[in-house]
Design a binder for this molecule. Structure first.
Ligand SMILES: [Zn+2]
Length: 302
């Protein structure tokens, strides 16, 4: 359906990492990202080398840019089926790591864009995990960071904008399965699902989380075996490169305490005498390749 009238083209499809068309699939969802970066203007130039892209990006002041035609498949979800069936929105951070804050203006513009897409594609009432998903639902990543707790607000605002064309929100009679660390730990909630299968999937991708019914009975616990490993940066100024090589372009830096997850099954990369790990915006050196964990490694993996 082309591009949203809310957006301005910027570096539009001037990078190789997207696919023409939708492989016959129908768009039925929106995937929310944060950039893990504060320099809005270098997106989409990053995608010249990095094998990724998104349809839209929203800046710190709420400006909306279009990077990829909605009729084409952007590479943003880390999951092909999700990519061909979704529209990806990147949101600029207002501060760097470890906080990666997001301005209210960005959130409000995101809600407007979600409303516009929802209306044009007939997605109906917009709701988290129904038709608006966080990136981490589809692949192991900390993305969309702070926006994890804003998905409800984005959907509520989008529904308010579309009011009149959308039906009233979820009937209170339907059971919602909530995914939390414990029933009492309300703040830990990752989502509320009408579909138990989706709730289980959410619990499975968040170690230590369980599914609770309306009354707080635990109906499912994720496997005790963690499916992700956590990487935590131990030094300040650790370069992030676009490939696992000292010749890779520096696309960002992390300071001590920056953290993200990777699938437990994902192998670290050994190149040029260094051990490398994927991170949300590229690749970081974990440390010298000595075959074991060293005290002076740049990244601690747990
Ligand atoms: Zn993302």
């Amino acid at each position: 359906m082309g591009i949203s009238t809310l957006a301005t083209k910027y570096g539009f499809q001037n990078f190789p990492h997207f696919s023409t068309g939708r492989s016959g699939a129908k768009v039925d969802k929106i995937v929310i990202h944060h950039m893990a970066g504060t320099n809005y203007d270098i997106v989409p130039n990053i995608w010249q080398t990095r094998e990724a892209s998104a349809h839209y990006g929203i800046g710190k002041n709420g400006e909306i840019r279009a990077y990829v035609d909605e009729n084409n498949t952007a590479w943003h979800a880390g999951n092909w089926n999700a990519n061909i069936t979704s529209i990806g929105i990147e949101n600029s951070n207002s501060t760097g790591e470890p906080d990666w804050n997001i301005n209210q203006a960005t959130i409000d513009a995101c809600a407007k864009l979600v409303a516009d897409i929802g209306k044009r594609y007939g997605l109906g009432v917009l709701a988290p995990y129904k038709n608006v998903f966080p990136h981490q639902y589809f692949s192991s990543t900390s993305c969309p960071g702070k926006l994890m707790s804003k998905l409800g607000e984005i959907c509520d605002k989008a529904n308010a904008i579309n009011n009149g064309t959308s039906k009233p929100n979820t009937p209170t009679t339907s059971i919602l399965y909530r995914v939390r660390k414990s029933w009492a730990d309300v703040k830990s909630q990752k989502g509320a699902f009408k579909d138990l299968t989706n709730a289980k999937k959410c619990a499975d991708s968040n170690t230590g989380y369980s599914v609770f019914d309306e009354k707080g009975n635990k109906v499912y616990s994720s496997n005790a075996t963690p499916i992700v490993k956590r990487l935590t940066v131990q030094v300040n100024g650790l370069n992030v490169r676009n490939k696992p090589s000292l010749n890779g372009t520096i696309v960002g830096t992390y300071n001590k305490g920056a953290t993200w997850t990777l699938p437990k099954s994902e192998q670290l990369i050994i190149a040029e005498g260094w051990v490398w790990a994927r991170c949300p915006i590229g690749y970081c050196a974990v440390g010298k390749n000595t075959g074991k964990v060293e005290k002076d490694d740049y990244i601690y993996i747990s």
